[in-house]
Design a protein around this ligand. Sequence first.
Ligand code: ADP
Length: 354
Amino acid sequence: NSTLSSTLFSVRKNDCTDTCYDNDTVTPFLSGSGGVSSISPLYDWSQINDIIHIIPRNKITVQRMIGKGAFGEVYYGLLADVARLQTPLPVAIKMLPSLCSEQSKSEFFVEAVLLSKLRHPNIVKFLGISIDENSLYLLLELMEGGDLKSFVRECRLNGDVPSKVSIYDLLNLCIDVAKGCEYLEQNRFIHRDIAARNCLLSEKGPNRVAKIADFGMTKNVFRTNYYRKNGKAMVPVKWMPPEAFHDGVFTTKTDVWGFGIILWEVFTLGRIPYPGKSNNEVMTFVAKGGRLDKPDQCSQETYSLMCNCWMNKPEDRPNFRNITEELIQIQKNSDLLKERITNEKISRDYNVAE
Ligand code: ADP
């Protein structure tokens, strides 16, 4: 499994020119141990229960590319003959190119098998795989709102026009992600790459729901509760706690740290964490107790929650059940949160070019 992860991250590093990834999202790991425009009608996903996991290729129509990931490209397509649906279902198709290593293929299957086990409103729904002699497809629920990081960046102010979101809306997105994480925690999955770029939105409009995606690094730790990573791999240091980047130890509290970084990403409207610091500098800074500053937009309560997610000892960090409850409480506490973000409230920082 560790070789599978190394493959993923080696590919990711080469992928750094892709706008999905910050240039220093990943760094070599030596010690220890992936927006669509609105096109489809809304479907009731809860009714689509009987989809067979192996989908015949002739049921799939591939239409256009909507994203690029570590393995290959992601396309918008249509799936015909879905039970109880009169019209073809719009889907996202992750394609593994015909020329790829055996390792990429295994990694691809690992993600498919993991995804097929997960069912939750805040986890991107897996529909099945399709195999022919030339290519492998992984079919997923279509998330028309694109990734969370790009979405919050689009919410930055444009001149005097108020942002399209309020703090209340931002908290909604965080609560969605926390609920998805709570489900993973209950089922003893460690995602290991919890970051705003890996959460997708059902739509950009007011009914948007955030869901966790990109399970390429996820591990099931049913027996041990932790996962120890060996060997050399590329890892997202800015989203990781010290015990993960120093000792390669991953527990569900590793994801809690990453979730704290997501809160910071959301409330800064998509800034890159630790602005101006390299991954090595971040490791030193964090190990010495340094933490990200409070975003101007967020309340003291929300920042305290972030800081709790970044406690040095994993056992001192809250679990996802506490985090969800706390965020719901913070959201209930103030009606002012429904006001849209305006020029007076926005920090200068959000408008700096990054
Ligand atoms: P990888 O796991 O290979 O890194 P991702 O899962 O991150 O690939 O996908 C790369 C990009 O493709 C995403 O940032 C997003 O823009 C798009 N994408 C992925 N899955 C979906 C989906 N289910 N619906 C819509 N777009 C998607």
